[in-house]
Ligand binder design. Structure first.
Ligand code: DOR
Ligand code: ZN
Length: 343
């Protein structure tokens, strides 16, 4: 039985760090294990311009523990007023690694997102020219569309037309939750990839809703039925380089989760690697963990893999149920299974 597993240091290709006290409380849980992360721009107000991204990057670096080696890869929040020149300048400066598309109203702090996709065509055109990836929150917001269908409908109504209109545009389908998304990625191999979260490899919609409602499992896109979870596990553990880790670790205080209308998000930064090791071992794919966490993402983004390594040992990890923050406790994602690997 394998007792230790050494992999190149992982990166997280989709992460929410927030700001201020929350940033200082959650960042070390990522920077301890991960060398880099794509930082989501859905602050209030959002990170819209190159100047916003520079200031946010400086706040992240100021919050970093002195002995941690971590590089935030910044993103801009795409609005209908985004200036293509500002985006191109931020990219040329090496400041941003991607632009994030939120359909307006799709998720937490997405009110400034896109409603009329024709209005962002000039930005997408420029991004295609300069090779800057677009990260998509792939859900339509049409109230007529059932929440469990919103990802599949987004692919048909928004993503596929957008990719046809902008053939060179590199796209990362973020936090995919359906076999439809897996199939779409596999069928279109140029400039298209997808991130998969830790929690969507572990829970299906029954975990949220059967036998009582569990707000800590509520996130967006919401977990789907079991067949979809199995498709995600197969994709993540397949070795296909188009699939890589984006945890979407999204801290909210318990006070904001446990409400009549609670926030969406699972906080997985503290235990993502033990959970992933468990999942990959269950799928007899421990030898493919490194590809998913440490190789496929950099390859898509055109960055070198990390030289440093991280070692997992077969020991029961000590994971706190919650972390304390000045804003209140934040519950750590409970995978609902024993974990046997420790970083
Ligand atoms: O569950 C989620 N939480 N999904 C998102 O898209 C946003 C995130 C957040 O910012 O809390
Ligand atoms: Zn997210």
């Amino acid at each position: 039985m394998t007792k230790t597993l050494t992999i190149r240091r992982p990166d997280d290709w989709h992460l929410h760090l927030r700001d201020g006290d929350m940033l200082r409380a959650v960042l070390p849980h990522t920077s301890r294990d991960f060398a880099r992360a794509i930082i989501m721009p859905n602050l209030v107000p959002p990170v819209v311009t190159g100047d916003d991204a520079r200031a946010y990057r400086d706040r992240i670096m100021a919050a970093l523990p002195a002995d941690h080696d971590f590089t935030p890869l910044m993103t801009l929040y795409l609005t209908e007023n985004t200036d293509p020149d500002d985006v191109a300048a931020a990219h040329a400066d090496g400041l941003i690694a991607a632009v994030k598309l939120y359909p307006a109203g799709a998720t937490t702090n997405s009110a400034s997102g896109v409603t009329d996709f024709t209005r962002v065509a000039p930005v997408l055109e420029r991004m295609a020219q300069i090779g800057l990836p677009l990260c998509t929150h792939g859900e339509v917001t049409d109230p007529e569309i059932d929440i469990f269908d919103r990802e599949a409908v987004f692919i048909d109504r928004v993503l596929d037309p957008m990719r046809r209109n902008h053939p060179g545009l590199r796209v990362v389908m973020e936090h995919i939750t359906t076999s439809n998304a897996v199939d779409y990625v596999k069928a279109h191999d140029t400039g298209l990839a997808a991130t998969i979260t830790t929690h969507h490899l572990v829970i299906n919609r029954n975990h949220i809703l059967a036998g009582g409602i569990r707000p800590h499992y509520y996130c967006l896109p919401v977990a789907k039925r079991e067949t979809h979870r199995l498709a995600l596990r197969a994709a993540a553990t397949s070795g296909d380089p188009r699939f890589f880790l984006g945890t979407d670790s999204a801290p909210h205080t318990d006070a904001n989760k446990l409400l009549p209308c609670g926030c969406a998000g699972c906080f997985t930064a503290p235990n993502t690697l033990p959970i992933l090791a468990e999942v990959f071992e269950q799928e007899n794919a421990l030898d493919r963990l490194e590809g998913f966490t440490s190789l496929n993402g950099p390859a898509f983004y055109g960055l070198p893999a990390n030289d440093a390594t991280l070692t997992l040992v077969r020991e029961t990890p000590e994971i706190p149920a919650q972390i304390d923050t000045p804003e209140g406790p934040v519950t750590v994602f409970d995978p609902g299974m024993p974990l046997n690997w420790t970083v």
